[in-house]
Design a protein around this ligand. Structure first.
Ligand code: NAD
Length: 469
């Protein structure tokens, strides 16, 4: 165990009073430790964020410049960050680098967003305008699938809007966020970004803390609901980016070979651990056999392995509980008579590897279809009438994203617009952009991240109504 990871509190490196182990999912072994933030340390992080807010909120152009400097600082140390990310998360190193550079881009694009002032009326006697003001201290809580990028989705707009932030990553992947804190320490005034690490209890303390005015959370539906409850007594504002069970609907006019590759990666990117990955695939009967066999062939040929090894395309599942969950859903499908045209079992010894798994002969009512599997196992189901596919796609509490695939983009767009979800794609999936809002309908969330709408989520309105006298 070599590198020492520290939290960033009030611009300083802080160790925990105790520490916890972080497991490399490719080996199943602890490879580093993270500080376990105490309640007292959390209080000092909140104090620091509150103190920093007083001056940070004042100068918008300084904040804009600071985000550009954050981008540059992260870019300079991208290789180091990506290495840690692969070790704690499991994803291939090239993908960890993509995530890190994605973070750089998110800082840059956010730095260019405007904080608008809307003039409602302007007469010789009266001016009424609407301004956007920061909340104060943002409590941010993130999951383990894209720990670095999702942290930056919060940090960049929160800071541009004039807030300060206390950020708690998942206990499964705290290290890349702690490293980001370390990098930003040299760029930002003390207290503006505080990174702390610990378990779920620390998340509960953050959402309960009186200094926090806004909670920005990404994670599961179950935790999102707990946070909404914790926020209520203090009327803290919340943005909740929660789970999904994304449908993709493939129409009868596609070229199976052409779309299979995109569908496969829409489902298996990051080993299926993407909130908006394809988690249910509905395919028109006439092309169903061809699509199943193309996707199964890809599942069998993809290289699964340690993310640090060259050529690895899919890493392990990130952690033991999630590995067990995927295993359980696959077993449940087996017991319900499902057929596995690829995979179906854990892979390798040591680490949380699972074969890329394609499941057929399942339908609604079986857990792998009804629940979010969040792993490398995809059910593919045929449909006869497109109206039925739309109905089945929408018959869920989830509503994060969805996609429709066809040679006829107009027909596909019309069908996509009937999906009950925050993002509807046509002939693509997972095309998430820094300039477009991303968020969920129904249980998939409240509010939006990214672009002008995401920035707005870190502000509240003030109507300034001036009688010019
Ligand atoms: P999780 O809800 O278990 O944990 C997320 C974070 O919440 C962690 O930091 C955890 O420590 C913290 N936490 C746990 N209990 C808490 C509590 N009571 N109060 C406050 N914080 C608490 O989720 P996960 O397993 O880390 O992530 C996977 C889930 O995240 C999936 O459902 C996935 O779809 C979702 N996700 C959503 C998006 C999105 O943008 N909509 C993006 C990525 C992941």
């Amino acid at each position: 165990m070599s590198e020492t990871f520290t939290m960033t509190l009030d611009g300083k490196a802080v160790s925990g009073e105790s520490r916890f182990g972080v497991v490399n999912p490719a080996t199943g072994e602890v490879f580093a430790e993270a500080p376990d933030c105490s309640k007292t340390q959390l209080d000092s992080a909140m104090d620091a964020a509150q103190r920093a807010f007083a001056s940070w909120k004042k100068d918008e152009s300084k904040r804009r410049q600071a985000l550009v400097e954050c981008a540059n600082a992260l870019k300079t140390r991208a290789a180091e960050v990506a290495q840690v990310l692969t070790q704690e998360q499991g994803k291939p190193l090239a993908k960890a680098m993509e995530e890190t550079i994605g973070g750089v881009v998110w800082f840059q694009v956010t730095a260019g967003l405007q904080i608008p002032v809307d003039v409602i009326t302007e007469t010789p006697d009266l001016r009424v305008e609407v301004r956007r003001k920061p909340y104060g201290v943002v409590g941010a809580i993130t999951p383990w699938n894209f720990p670095l990028l999702l942290a930056i989705w919060k940090i960049a707009p929160a800071l541009l809007a004039g807030n300060t932030i206390v950020l708690k990553p998942s206990p499964f992947t705290p290290l890349s966020t702690l490293k980001l804190g370390e990098i930003l320490r040299d760029v930002l005034p003390a207290g503006v970004v505080n990174t702390i690490s610990g378990g779920d209890q620390l998340g509960a303390w953050v959402s309960d803390h009186p200094a926090v005015r806004k909670i920005s959370f990404t994670g599961s539906v179950a935790t999102g609901k707990k946070i909404a409850i914790a926020a209520a007594p203090d009327l803290k504002r919340v943005t909740l980016e929660l789970g999904g069970n994304d449908p993709a609907i493939v129409l009868d006019d596609v070229d199976p070979k052409e779309v299979a590759q995109k569908l496969f990666w829409g489902a298996f990117e990051n080993c299926g651990q993407v909130c908006s990955a394809i988690k249910r695939l509905y395919v028109a009967e006439s092309v169903y056999p061809a699509i199943v066999s193309e996707i199964a062939a890809l599942a069998k040929s993809v290289k699964v392995g340690n993310g640090l090894e060259q050529g690895t395309q899919l890493g392990p599942i990130n952690n033991r509980p999630q590995f067990q969950r995927v295993r359980e859903l696959v077993e449940d499908a087996r017991q319900h008579g499902a057929k596995f045209v690829a995979g179906g079992s854990p892979a390798g010894d040591g680490g949380y590897f699972f074969e890329p798994t394609i499941v057929t002969e399942v339908a609604e009512g079986v857990r792998i279809v009804d629940e979010e599997q969040f792993g490398p196992a995809l059910p593919i189901m045929p449909f006869r009438r497109v109206e039925d596919a739309i109905e089945r796609a929408n018959a869920t509490h989830f509503g994060l994203s969805g996609s429709v695939w066809s040679r006829d983009a107009v027909r596909a767009s019309e069908i996509a617009s009937q999906l009950e979800c925050g993002t509807a794609w046509v002939n693509q999936h997972l095309a998430i952009r820094p300039d477009a809002p991303f968020g969920g309908c129904k249980w998939s969330g409240i509010g939006y991240e990214n672009g002008p709408y995401g920035l707005a989520a870190f502000t509240e309105l003030q109507t300034l109504n001036v009688a010019k006298g």
